[in-house]
Design a protein around this ligand. Structure first.
Ligand SMILES: Nc1nc2c(ncn2[C@@H]2O[C@H](COP(=O)(O)OP(=O)(O)O)[C@@H](O)[C@H]2O)c(=O)[nH]1
Ligand SMILES: [Mg+2]
Length: 305
């Protein structure tokens, strides 16, 4: 893995590292291990948006390891903490790309980063030698279609769009059919994130999901939820309402670089049971990385050496 990728993670996680996890690293670098250690560490982990349940679980696991390993000073705790945190984030599943095209649908509230993530994904697949088509199923605003078109051009991939004001289901249907005709490898469907009511939005997403399956049996092969990392616990509530409407297979955590709340990654895994698949680390087309638990934890907890 290149130096460049390493730096992207380090830079992208700077806010989370400095604002929250940095305090954990500082704290662990200084004191003897006693009762206060656990109380302080617990408070710091909760402040880092890890979530209460995960914090308790992490502390208990650490206490057990400290006992097993005979650790007496907090400096020895940093590596153990990192290991425990990595264990709670590890993702080993990957999408089965055997369907041609493999259809990926992105959902999420307005502004979470769907359109940008759709383009970044398209670019990654295209760079990996796959043919990709972007589908604009956010037909409510003409500007949304134009925005995806700009990104599609940047990524160098074709885009199919519905009529402005037209039916998003029909846009998805037409897009998938166009990709079938052109024997594309991947279709990425960008959807709307705001309607008059939350109920309408969810019904709409269900419909786009259903209609995709009519265009190609088994589609969408993956539905990924795009969450804005700056919104912290609020994003978890959004995720729960999306999960009630369609089966979500994983999360794209966008805007990690603008957020000090990167700790929410742990809560997503623990509370929603969803793997984090990609991390958005900037606004550029190549500012997205496949989520890597080791890199993530190394990026948020400053290394002492
Ligand atoms: N810093 C940063 N900004 C992002 C990232 N992803 C998206 N954005 C910005 O978030 C805003 C909303 O993104 P957009 O893709 O339009 O969201 P959508 O409404 O869900 O489609 C835009 O200004 C994007 O540039 C990211 O990973 N990092
Ligand atoms: Mg959008």
């Amino acid at each position: 893995m290149s130096e460049n990728v390493f730096n992207k993670w380090l830079k992208g996680l700077e806010k989370t590292r400095k604002v929250t996890f940095g305090r954990i690293a500082n704290f662990l670098g200084t004191s003897e291990l006693d009762e206060n250690t656990w109380e302080n560490l617990e408070a710091l982990l909760i402040q880092a948006d890890i979530g209460v349940d995960t914090t308790i679980d992490v502390i208990e696991t650490l206490q057990q390891k400290v006992h097993e390993l005979g650790i007496t000073h907090t400096t020895e705790l940093v590596d153990v903490l990192k290991e425990v945190l990595v264990d709670r984030l590890r993702v080993d599943e990957d999408l089965d790309y055997s369907a041609k095209p493999t259809v990926i649908m992105l959902v999420g509230v307005n502004g979470s980063g769907k359109t940008t993530s759709a383009a970044k994904l398209a670019y990654q697949y295209q760079q990996a030698g796959k043919s990709v088509m972007l589908v604009a199923a956010d037909t409510y605003r003409a500007a949304a279609i134009d925005q995806l078109k700009v990104w599609a051009d940047r990524a160098g991939v074709p885009m199919v769009a519905g009529q402005p004001g037209g039916d998003p289901g029909a846009a998805a249907y037409d897009g998938i059919n166009a990709a079938l005709a052109r024997k594309m490898d991947i279709v990425i469907v960008d959807t709307a994130g705001r309607l008059h009511t939350r109920y309408n939005l969810m019904e709409e997403i269900k419909k786009v999901h259903r209609v995709s399956g009519k265009a190609l049996s088994g589609a969408p092969h993956a539905t990924w939820l795009v969450l804005d990392a700056t919104t912290g616990q609020n994003a978890l509530q959004q995720a729960k309402s999306f999960q009630k409407s369609v089966a979500i297979d994983g999360v794209i955590l966008a805007k990690l670089d603008s957020s000090a709340k990167g700790g929410m990654a742990f809560a997503i895994k623990a509370q929603l049971g969803l793997p984090i698949l990609y991390a958005g680390l900037g606004e550029g087309i190549d500012d997205m990385q496949r989520f890597d638990a080791v890199r993530f934890v190394d990026g948020v907890i400053e290394s002492q050496n």
